[in-house]
Design a protein around this ligand. Structure first.
Ligand SMILES: [Fe+2]
Length: 360
């Protein structure tokens, strides 16, 4: 049984400012990678800039990362970073800027690499030093090696075949306070999906399940907030962020499973938020799992049964009608991936996959 978690993680109030020195020790000139608005609104970008200034570190800002970032956007940031001579990368935001920051870090490290090298399995995936600061509560990207980018040439999202880990992850729940409610809800469902998929996973170990157990214990306490029955307080934001981080540590060991595979085309074709898209399949995934796993996970996450989980999903992510043509495209894409079908702890062939995708 292996345990590998190379990221130094700090979770505390004013985390970025407290660890300014460690951020500054990673290089001489930083490329800050983020989206257009949220890092400005929630104060994370200002904190990073202050932390860098404190140590006399120069920086460049690339704030054009879109949701589900494309390879093209990554290359634009890489060009800017290479030209400016940036020698480390700070990704701030949700999964999109953090996933993009990993790819950008790899290509800044290897100045002769093109975008194709991102998807070349035998490429050297080492990156320049990388700091990740999450401002949503679902992806866990700050502690995983995963990077998922949009491939317009293939009309879907695709994971890089590499593991690119951050050097430093800085978690401060205060950044979540400025996030729209819909973002908190969708990303919290993503974290839940990570834990379910990590547990019902042939790669699961006692270590990875330890993170799921603890992650669900913390996640469960945020349900009232997610359902809009309680106004979030500081400690709720801390819990959401911590649950997401635990979930990330779990999938860092196991990877995700069928629901994530099925979600990418839904997001590409229907612009479904990632959490809503992966959440859509959780009920079906749990239904196919061994009874013991299903009951354990439902109990740990505080659901009586699958129908309560179903109602929770619809209350939090909305009711989604997926056109048959889109579901068929995503089903066919995953049905042909033998490796993906072998991930669950239960037997999964085309027929079982069909039930998970179409609910019948
Ligand atoms: Fe996810």
């Amino acid at each position: 049984m292996e345990f590998f978690m190379p990221v130094t993680v700090y979770q505390e109030e004013e985390c970025v400012i407290h660890h300014a020195k460690e951020i500054g020790s990673l290089g001489k000139r930083a490329l800050i990678v983020t989206g257009r608005h949220s890092a400005k609104k929630n104060g994370s970008q200002a904190d990073v800039e202050a932390a860098l200034a404190k140590n006399g570190i120069l920086f460049d800002l690339f704030d054009e990362i879109e949701e589900n970032p494309s390879v093209e956007t990554v290359m634009k940031a890489v060009k800017a970073g290479r030209e400016a001579g940036d020698d480390f990368v700070i990704g701030i935001g949700g999964g999109s800027p953090m996933d993009a920051a990993k790819a950008i870090g790899m290509l800044i490290r290897h100045t002769d690499y093109t975008w194709e090298d991102l998807y070349r399995a035998d490429a050297d995936c080492s990156s320049v030093p990388l700091v990740l600061i999450p401002t949503t509560c679902g992806t866990g990207s700050e502690v995983t090696g995963a990077s998922v980018l949009t491939r317009h040439d293939k009309k879907t999202k695709m994971s890089l075949p590499h593991k690119i880990f951050a050097d430093l992850a800085l978690l401060d729940g205060k950044y979540l306070a400025a996030a729209p409610e819909s973002v908190l809800r969708n990303t919290a469902v993503d974290a839940l999906g990570h834990m379910y998929e990590s547990w019902i996973n042939g790669n699961a170990t006692e270590f990875s399940r330890m993170f799921v157990r603890e992650g669900l214990r913390v996640w469960k306490q945020t349900k009232e907030v997610l359902l809009g029955k309680k106004k979030p307080e500081r400690e709720d934001f801390d819990r959401m962020l911590l649950a997401s981080c635990y979930a990330g540590m779990a999938i860092a060991h196991t990877g995700t499973a069928i629901p994530h595979g099925l979600s990418y085309i839904l997001t590409y074709d229907l612009h479904m938020p990632h959490g809503a898209a992966i959440g859509y399949f959780q009920e079906g995934y749990l239904r196919e799992a061994d009874e013991k796993d299903r009951e354990t996970l439902l109990a740990l996450s505080g659901f009586r049964d699958l129908s309560e989980l179903h109602d929770f999903y619809e209350a939090v992510c909305g009711k989604w009608e997926i056109p048959d043509s889109v579901m068929t495209r995503t089903y066919e894409a995953i049905a042909s991936q033998e490796k993906r079908l072998a991930v669950p702890t239960f037997f999964c062939d085309r027929e079982v996959l069909h039930r998970i995708a179409f609910g019948k």
